[in-house]
Design a protein around this ligand. Structure first.
Ligand code: ZN
Length: 270
């Protein structure tokens, strides 16, 4: 079994054929798929789709930094602090995808950090791990961990846990993150790209710290690069990772599935 720990099946790219996409994933042994949530609209769609495929699709809740509105406090409260979300709590596997993104817009870092802090606090309160999207922002993220998130977790008697999704920082930054929490590295299609630094990251992390993901419909692995990505392609990344780590695809599938199950608390067997 392989688990795709990060996917956007509710994206318009899958509107026509999502059922076939789920079927193809199963045929490729990608039996479980975690749906990353970027905002409130996503959340409703994710819950509806997951209800159709229990024990295959798993929901998360979160506001992506790029989907941030003007009033982040209001946006947070609207999605997280209501009866509907409370009722759905037992089915949720993570808070994400959340994080910091300074790739396009650097002007609202303070708002991004505020939103990340609120969502992290909520995750800690409910013992949920984080799906973290950190793009061109690893240093501000580490600083926030050091000064705000780690002390907050400590004061609550909890541990920061999560996945550094589509990790693009350095080996040293990944190691520093480990000082503040229990963070696994999410590895997807970018592993297979020419001149990618991800093989080195993967070797440094080791199989016990890695989970697989697609980020579909984005970032398809070679030779599908440029086309729509889908959960079935997690298998391609699994094979590529086995080559990088000098082990078998079965070993990669088994260990990354165990890592994902433990972190995300996915207990269904089949
Ligand atoms: Zn994503």
């Amino acid at each position: 079994m392989i688990i795709d720990t990060h996917c956007h099946l509710i994206d318009d790219a899958f509107q026509e054929d999502v059922e076939e996409v789920i079927l193809r994933a199963q045929e490729a042994e990608v039996q479980k798929i975690v749906l990353a949530c970027c905002d409130e609209q996503d959340f409703d769609k994710i819950i509806a789709l997951c209800n159709k495929h229990p024990e295959v699709l798993y929901p998360t809740i979160g506001i992506h930094p790029e989907n941030m509105e003007e009033d982040v406090e209001k946006q947070f409260e609207h999605l997280f602090l209501n009866e509907k979300t409370e009722q759905l709590l037992p089915s949720l596997k993570a808070v994400g995808e959340i994080g910091l993104d300074l790739h396009w817009d650097k002007s609202r870092l303070a708002d991004q950090q505020r939103l990340l802090c609120r969502q992290t606090e909520w995750a800690l309160q409910h013992n949920l791990p984080l799906l973290l999207h950190i793009r061109d922002a690893m240093e501000p993220f580490l600083q926030q961990c050091r000064e705000e998130l780690f002390p907050m977790a400590e004061s609550m008697g909890k541990t920061l846990r999560g996945i550094l999704h589509c990790y693009s920082g350095t080996i040293e930054q990944a190691q520093e993150a480990q000082r503040y929490g229990d963070f696994l590295i999410g590895i997807g299609g970018t592993l297979t790209y020419k001149k990618s630094s991800v093989p080195d990251i993967a070797r440094a992390a080791g199989l016990s710290r890695i989970v697989l993901e697609t980020d579909a419909p984005y970032l398809a692995p070679m030779p599908q690069r440029g086309h729509r990505n889908e959960p079935a392609f997690t298998r391609i990344t699994c094979q590529a990772l086995a080559e990088v780590l000098n082990c078998t695809p079965e070993e990669v599938a088994e260990q990354t599935t165990r890592n994902a199950r433990e972190l995300l608390c996915i207990k269904d067997l089949n």
